[in-house]
Ligand binder design. Sequence first.
Ligand SMILES: Cc1cc2nc3c(=O)[nH]c(=O)nc-3n(C[C@H](O)[C@H](O)[C@H](O)COP(=O)(O)O)c2cc1C
Length: 175
Amino acid sequence: MDVLEAIKGRRSIRMYKADLVPEELMRVLVEAGQWAPTGANRQNWKFIAVTDPKLMRSVKRISPMMWGEAPAAIFICQDLTRSRAPPEGGSGRTTGFVSQNIMLAAYSLGLGTCPIGGFNRAAARDLLDVPDDMVPLLLITVGYPDETPEVRLRRPFSEVAYLNSCRNPWRVGDE
Ligand SMILES: Cc1cc2nc3c(=O)[nH]c(=O)nc-3n(C[C@H](O)[C@H](O)[C@H](O)COP(=O)(O)O)c2cc1C
């Protein structure tokens, strides 16, 4: 699939079919995350894929911002043995690279995803036996979409982009 098509076509999916996601596909998604760029190639990320339906019900219980049910999820975790950058700083920034890789790869495979920041980190630690040198930062739900959400429109291009100078908002077309 064309990358630009995937970037613009991807939507956050919050309603999934009950079908389970094959483990091979979950592996492809985690591998896509692993290929994200990291500062000095530190590769300070670890991934916990959750595919067990009972465990997914518990993930839902500890994630107040997760709407609906999802058959699978991936927790993106900082690996403190490779970088201790605070999650609110550098490592938080690169979570974006990792998660977008996973979400675009999923979209290209016909899977839906939704990034979820609203989960209880301490509860996730207990639930998934996460050691102290790993910090779960973001949860991405995964499954086969059971909805076609409306496009969440983006701000006008000229409101967010400048050409060469902030005195020169970048106007395109009839904007
Ligand atoms: C860091 C981050 C955290 C998010 N957390 C949640 C969340 O807790 N619950 C949720 O339903 N959506 C969450 N979202 C999804 C956003 O609401 C969604 O990406 C945004 O509305 C744009 O819609 P789109 O992804 O369909 O383009 C999160 C997105 C990001 C990037």
